[in-house]
Design a binder for this molecule. Structure first.
Ligand code: SAH
Ligand code: MG
Length: 193
């Protein structure tokens, strides 16, 4: 399976992999900033991890996926791309484990309701000059008018995403740039870094 097949596989099964624009942004970011060590929260079937690892052979990705069938799918895909040495995948809930070492990029793309928790936990694994990138901050445009959303669960989720947006905007430690790219991407860096 090539990248196009992975994209189609995900689409057919409603697996929310990164959108084209978003993945291009991420790859450009890695290139421009010569990123080498990446920690990803939310591997799904390994698509974005594979894309990031393919940017440069020196890139190393550690990625965490809690869903076992998706994890197995990711392991298989990573192997098919010959990237076993470049990508380490862990089957766990990211909030239940501790990861050792520092990363110059942390990419948060998992359960939207937990973004503040992921950020607070994993900022300790970020190098001084590193960035935390988060995906789906626009959440298909729903973050604009959460009170108009009929489904209670969806409304609660959108409120949580907006809470994360506020958390980033008012953060004393990090400065965040918001991009209307893909489904909404943020790049957060330590102030003064
Ligand atoms: N980054 C992937 C898409 C990830 S989709 C890509 O673009 O290719 C989000 C994934 O995060 C889902 O597969 C979900 O199972 C996983 N996830 C959600 N919460 C998690 C958590 N707390 N720990 C680990 N994985 C989580
Ligand atoms: Mg996403």
């Amino acid at each position: 399976m090539g990248l196009i097949e992975l994209e189609n596989y995900a689409k057919e099964r409603d697996i929310p992999i990164m959108q084209k624009e978003g993945i291009e942004f991420l790859k450009e970011y890695i290139k421009k900033n010569k990123v080498q060590n990446i920690l990803e929260i939310g591997a799904a079937i390994g698509y974005s991890a594979i894309q990031m690892a393919l940017v440069d052979q020196n890139v190393r990705v550690t990625t965490i996926e809690r869903d076992y069938p998706r994890y197995l799918e990711a392991v298989k895909n990573i192997h098919n791309f010959n990237l076993d040495k470049n990508i380490r995948i862990i089957n766990a809930d990211a909030l239940d484990i501790d990861i050792e070492g520092k990363f110059d990029l942390i990419f948060i793309d998992a359960a939207k309701a937990q973004y503040i928790k992921f950020f607070e936990k994993y900022k300790n694994n970020l190098t001084d000059c590193g960035s935390i990138i988060s995906d789906n901050l626009n959440f298909h445009g729903l973050t604009q008018n959460p009170e108009e959303i009929k489904s209670k669960n969806l409304r609660a989720l959108v409120r949580k995403i907006n809470k994360y947006r506020d958390f980033l905007k008012s953060n004393e430690e990090f400065t965040t740039e918001f991009y209307n790219i893909g489904d909404g991407i943020t790049v957060s860096r330590r102030k003064g870094a």
